[in-house]
Design a protein around this ligand. Structure first.
Ligand code: SAH
Length: 395
């Protein structure tokens, strides 16, 4: 195994078990490891620190796996990590009300670059590092042993793979091709998921708990679900007795699937209005028409992909939230989210405070939303925390 020597003074994060070593922290690589090879990280004195995946093309040169020198990172090591992650979702799936969730969440489940989502009996996988790419045969085999899925589909995100020098993929890894529409159950609600064509790996299961929590506030209310995708917040609200729900999304496929999902759950489609449009435009249309709502959901895509994009993203979040606040009835509720890891909760509250000031409104934060248990946040990897939201009462 090839040794990689860390620069003096860069030990702290490694000792604290942060799983990333940036290329700038590497003093020397003693050999020529291929991308994805497992290497041994040592400090400047030559003492063992950790084993990790190596990649010379990535800004993150090493993704650390194991800090105990005596434990070999072999096939069994990977099988064990897969098993532990899958087993830790048992309670979540035991209710019989939910059969879709994230089974493996990359660094947070000690498998940097591997994401596995469960859609009933089908799995969607994202392979984002060259290290995971190399051990995929073992991982697929273990997933088959544990779950015996009908299909395992590779839905890897192109841009992350590029950073690691990997090709884009979109293929069946095992079993049959998943059907165009897989029916899944979440919080007792049915959804059609198109694994191959849908966004992300097909469905945003990270909003499972938040959809249910918000639904408690929608009985008898008029609801505007912005960035609705296939209707997570819409369906939960309708099922909980919302008087009327309007959903807005720019994606035609999302809107089409949302309409199917309303039928699938035998919900009253006369209470629902779907608009395929840009949310920023549509909010201005509502404003010009004098339309008002009791509850508004804002669940936009990631506006800040990195810290450097934070200023711009903050302005975009502020503008969006300001517009929504103007469309609420007195004392109405705004459920607003950010899935940008770079934006922390404190900064998000600040953005909301600015939006309120600009809108001439007052805001109470009455609940803080977060990511669910199948998207764990590893204490040594705070970067894994990305989803946050605020339930605001707006006066
Ligand atoms: N709330 C959804 C998930 C939202 S994901 C759920 O519960 O499942 C973000 C969504 O925003 C995607 O469906 C995407 O199509 C949509 N989107 C992105 N930019 C948009 C824009 N400018 N206007 C409208 N929709 C947009």
């Amino acid at each position: 195994m090839i040794d990689v020597i860390l620069k003096k003074g860069k030990e702290k994060a490694v000792i604290q078990r942060h799983p990333w070593v940036f290329s700038g922290a590497v003093e020397v690589v003693k050999g020529k490891p291929a991308n994805g090879d497992i290497v041994r990280l040592k400090n400047a004195k030559g003492e063992f620190m950790a084993y990790g995946f190596y990649n010379h093309q990535s800004r993150v040169a090493l993704r650390l796996l194991e800090w105990n020198e005596g434990i070999a990172v072999d096939d069994n090591w990977f099988r064990n990590k897969v098993k532990v992650a899958v087993n830790s979702r048992a309670e979540l799936l035991s209710s019989g009300q939910t059969n879709t969730c994230r089974l493996i969440f990359s660094e947070a489940d000690y498998l940097p670059g591997l994401i596995v989502d469960k859609y009933a009996n089908h799995l969607a996988v994202q392979v984002l590092t060259s290290g995971i790419e190399k051990v995929m045969p073992v991982i697929i085999d273990e997933l088959q042993n544990l779950l015996n899925p009908e299909s395992i589909f590779d839905k890897s995100d192109a841009s992350s793979r590029q950073h690691e020098g990997l090709e884009t993929t979109n293929t069946v890894l095992s079993g049959t091709t998943p059907p165009e529409s897989v029916e899944v159950l979440e919080n007792g609600i049915l959804y059609n998921v198109n694994i191959a064509e849908g966004q992300k790996s097909g469905f945003y299961c990270d909003q499972r708990d938040n959809r249910r929590i918000l639904a408690n506030y929608t009985k008898g209310k008029t609801v505007l679900d912005c960035f609705s995708y296939t209707g997570g917040f819409t369906l939960n609200s309708l099922l909980n007795g919302a008087a009327a729900v309007t959903s807005v999304d720019s994606s035609a496929l999302a809107i089409e699937t949302l309409k199917e999902n309303i039928k699938l759950n035998k919900l009253d489609s006369t209470k629902h209005n779907a608009i395929q449009s840009d949310v920023n435009k549509q909010l201005r249309v509502f404003k010009d028409n004098g339309d008002k709502f009791d509850v508004i959901v804002l669940d936009p895509p990631k506006y800040a992909p990195s810290r450097s994009a934070l200023d711009r993203a903050s302005r975009a979040y502020k503008d969006l939230n300001r517009l929504a606040m103007l469309l609420l009835n007195e004392g109405g509720l705004l459920a607003t989210f950010s899935c940008s890891g770079a934006m922390d909760m404190e900064s998000f509250k600040q953005v909301l405070a600015w939006a309120a000031l600009d809108a001439g409104k007052q805001v109470q934060f009455i609940y803080q939303f977060c990511q669910p248990e199948d998207h764990p946040i590893r204490s040594s990897f705070p970067e894994g925390e990305y989803l946050k939201g605020l339930l605001c009462r707006v006066f």
